[in-house]
Design a protein around this ligand. Structure first.
Ligand code: SF4
Length: 331
């Protein structure tokens, strides 16, 4: 199975005075066709800027300072999304690659009805679609994402709907054109658990039905377990662990991944206390030339404070950025 998207050595920086401060540091990832790649990590690890850079929508003044991508576009062949001329990018954005953003209130325009906004998303890529075809498509998408009274919803303005409804409408808009790659940035945060499961099922359907792929960005390992075949753990702007999803859940190698897993498993464990990894993620610009997790790591040694560990293979298809070996890390 080929890769729909390959990302090589992606580096994103922000200017600070006369310098460029890295926020994402040489990230390489592959998204295979028909699969879901999960990206997990705390806020500020570089997950969302990785996604927005792929659509050339990085917030100002962030910029890509290194790296390439190869996206298998059915309209334009293999293209580098980072340098694609804006006309071609507009053809791809929303048609071949769709993104569900974290915050639906800021993604929908408050002065237009839901119908106007859904029609616009269709018309841009399918200008010959009739009014009836568009209406049928919009209604069927709203039903798919479990919006009650879809006709009434189409004539509503965003402020008349709840956060959960708006998030489902954003998901309907993203899926409407059958994208080949769906980038989902915390897509289910605003939803209650039953709706969350239906939405995750919809995403699974998308990749199974037309060889599409999903890039799932989340801090929620439960969402990763439901959707992803492969997972990359981000920490302080780079990947610290990458593995097939079951391998990562059963044999985590990096102390950070272990901490993330412990923070969910403690709910079902002996203790009633929720585990939290002590400390915070160091922000971009404050990364010293040593392991970025050292200040929070219970295994940190002198070596960890002198060198940056490389991402190395610790088992077949399983990469980890830590000086410790598997046997030494396991508790
Ligand atoms: Fe901890 Fe050292 Fe591994 Fe970093 S390299 S995660 S400090 S043990």
């Amino acid at each position: 199975m080929g890769h729909l998207l390959e990302i090589s050595n992606l580096k994103i920086s922000t200017p600070r005075g006369k310098n460029l401060v890295p926020l994402l540091d040489k990230v390489s990832l592959n998204v295979p066709k028909g699969q879901c790649l999960g990206i997990v990590g705390e806020s500020g690890c570089g997950k969302s800027i990785t996604a927005t850079s792929l659509l050339q929508q990085l917030p100002y003044p962030l910029r890509v300072t290194e790296g390439t991508t190869a996206f298998d576009s059915f309209q334009h062949g293999k293209v580098d999304l980072l340098t694609l001329p804006s006309k071609k990018m507009r053809n791809i954005r929303g048609r071949e690659i769709a993104m569900i953003f974290q915050e639906p209130m800021t993604s929908l325009d408050p002065i237009f009805t839901i119908q106007q906004q859904m029609f616009e998303a269709l018309q841009f890529h399918f200008p010959r679609m009739s009014h009836k075809e568009m209406l049928d498509k919009c209604l069927s998408m709203l039903v798919k994402v479990n919006i009650p009274r879809p006709e009434q919803t189409l004539s509503s303005y965003p402020h008349q709907l709840s956060g959960g409804q708006l998030q489902r409408i954003m998901i309907a808009i993203a899926l409407m054109n059958d994208p080949r790659l769906l980038i989902a940035d915390e897509p289910t945060t605003a939803l209650d658990v039953t709706i969350q499961m239906q939405i995750l099922d919809l995403m699974n359907e998308l990749k199974e039905s037309n060889d599409a792929a999903v890039l799932m960005i989340t801090h929620d390992l439960g969402v990763i377990a439901e959707t992803s075949q492969h997972v990359a753990v981000f920490y302080a702007g780079h990947i610290v662990e990458e593995a097939p999803v079951m391998e990562l859940f059963h044999h985590p190698q990096h102390p950070y991944t272990k901490g993330l897993l412990k923070s969910i498993s403690s709910l079902s464990g002996d203790s009633n206390l929720l585990y939290a990894i002590p400390g915070i993620v160091p922000p971009g610009g404050s990364w010293d030339a040593h392991c970025r997790f050292a200040a929070r790591c219970e295994y940190a040694s002198e070596k960890c404070l002198k060198d940056v560990p490389a991402l190395t293979e610790v088992a077949s298809g399983h990469l980890c950025r830590c000086f410790l070996h598997r046997q030494e890390v396991e508790a």
